[in-house]
Design a protein around this ligand. Sequence first.
Ligand code: BDR
Ligand code: CA
Length: 328
Amino acid sequence: MKKQVIIDCDPGIDDSLALMYALASPELEVIGITVVCGNVPTDAGVENARKACRLMGREDIPIYAGAQAPLSRALVTAQDTHGEDGLGEAGIPAVSEAERAYDHMTAAGADSDLPEGVRFLMERLSEGKISVIAIGPLTNIAMALRRRPEAFSNLERLVSMGGNFKSFGNCSPVAEFNYWVDPEAARYVFEYSKVPVEMVGLDVTRKILLTPEMIAELKKLNHPMADFIVRVTGFYVDFHKIQEGIDGCVINDPLAVGYFIDRTLCSGIDAYTTVETEGLSVGQSIVDEKGFWKKPANSRVLTNVDAKRFMRTFMAALFGNEAEGMVR
Ligand code: BDR
Ligand code: CA
């Protein structure tokens, strides 16, 4: 049985790879994509989600624009990391009106003040047995949860790429981008989610490296998806060299998809987690591993990953046998 999922994202280079992976995975039925502001403003993210769906021949997947700004602060994008367009300024052509075969709209009703993406989340989650893989800031999820908490009663799983436990931050010494962009939303979701938040943070995603060797192999494949990955990651690779001093690039978001499909790829701990919303450590995810606060666990925090097995699974989902030997 395929698992029904909504992907909430801010594409974003690694988000696009995660979308491709989810759409290529027979274990998943992606019932919709909701876009949140983060790496780029929401409308640019919608355009990039369309590009990923077109590449995968899945223009039928509904894509909805969500929040245009974090809950209570101004948006700070990551266009330095992902390029002005969010896709590494690789010149991927825009998706024309004609290519958008499906026009999706959610009924506004009583919630017309909320963005479409948030309404879609509330409507579909009410049906039950649906999971969310959130790979951007948690603004859309927090807005939906705040307005209609009962819609989340039947939520199956909530996997969130974000935060960091023992690993250092990527926006400040202690904060990871998705939670740092909208810490109020992240805090709200950890506090009120009806299911434990499965936190796929930097402790594990930092180990997911697309190496120069893999990129060289992708170039040889002569495959549209491989070409796309090579093109959009060029900018990201340059950024990683300058910023982090590493060769290749960290692709965080696909691990959230991989872990959703196969929990055995990662291990972790169950603990109470919250997110700092003020001061020097704003955006930091604080994991009470030792139970100082005596609060029930509201999260599963991943601490270890079999990175090689993940990369092999990821490549195989996209390229089948052609990926053999690519990850050494
Ligand atoms: C996260 O931040 C974004 O830049 C990436 O898309 C990923 O979701 C990593 O910190
Ligand atoms: Ca992202």
